[in-house]
Design a binder for this molecule. Structure first.
Ligand SMILES: O=c1ccn([C@@H]2O[C@H](COP(=O)(O)O)[C@@H](O)[C@H]2O)c(=O)[nH]1
Length: 228
């Protein structure tokens, strides 16, 4: 994959998603569609976006019992996204069944610890250890379960990559250097720059608001691309 930047199109509005993707298409390597988009537009919306010719990353972060997740993935048949996410916290059997249910060409990627969480958030949900330890624990689980890779922040990707040299590493929580700290609501707590994430071993970067909320998304994507 020559351009490792995926733009997160977090909108329920199909026309807006298409317009944004059309603007940035020459400066990104793929399009990430999440729950917000899928709930509003479903399969036909994904098909519509696929017409733009860029790889589709369907970020549904599935998390349920193994049978339910496997059936949900089977129900996506025909869309065949390049990348699909599930939560590693669903456990080994769920991860194994998710991978078995996915089409051969779809990478099943396990979310380890959301980039919006820090150590105190983990403690509040009963997880001992810091995000680094939790990411490594779940990366090992994902590797053992036979999925294709994990989502983690740029702060942990070097260690996760060392644990799993052949894994595929998706890194969100990416903010261009020189941005305003805490911009875009400050919901991302484990944040690195695009360059730092790639240098640490990210396979692809996911960037949403720094592009989609820019005055000129095309320029924003181009400026980020130039740093990669
Ligand atoms: O741990 C995670 C997993 C997924 N995401 C998703 O990435 C984008 C990030 O958007 P920004 O606007 O660049 O913050 C968004 O779609 C999340 O759902 C994540 O941020 N962290």
């Amino acid at each position: 994959m020559s351009n490792r930047l995926f733009v997160a199109l977090d909108t329920p509005d199909l026309a807006k998603a298409r317009a944004l993707a059309t603007k940035v298409r020459h400066h990104v390597g793929g399009i990430k569609l999440g729950l917000e988009f899928f709930m509003a537009n479903g399969r036909s919306g994904v098909r519509d976006m696929a017409e733009l010719g860029l790889p589709i990353f369907l970020d549904l972060k599935l998390h349920d019992i193994p049978n339910t997740v496997a059936k949900a993935i089977m129900a996506l048949r025909g869309l065949d996204p390049a990348i699909l996410t599930v939560h590693a916290a669903g456990g080994r059997a769920m991860l194994e069944d998710a991978k078995a249910a996915a089409p051969l060409g779809t990478k099943v990627i396990a979310v380890t610890t959301l980039t919006s969480l820090d150590g105190s958030d983990l403690a509040s949900i009963g997880c001992s250890g810091d995000p680094h330890e939790q990411v490594l624990r779940l990366t090992q689980l994902a590797k053992d379960a036979g999925v294709d890779g994990v989502v983690c922040s740029g702060e942990e990707v070097a260690a996760a990559h060392k644990l799993w040299p052949k894994g595929f590493f998706v890194v969100p929580g990416v903010r261009p250097a020189g941005g305003v700290p805490g911009a875009f609501g400050g919901d991302q707590k484990r944040v690195v720059t695009p360059r730092a994430a790639l240098d640490a071993g990210a396979s692809i970067l996911v960037i949403g608001r720094p592009i989609t909320q820019a005055a000129d998304p095309d320029v924003a994507a181009r400026e980020i691309e130039a740093t990669l």
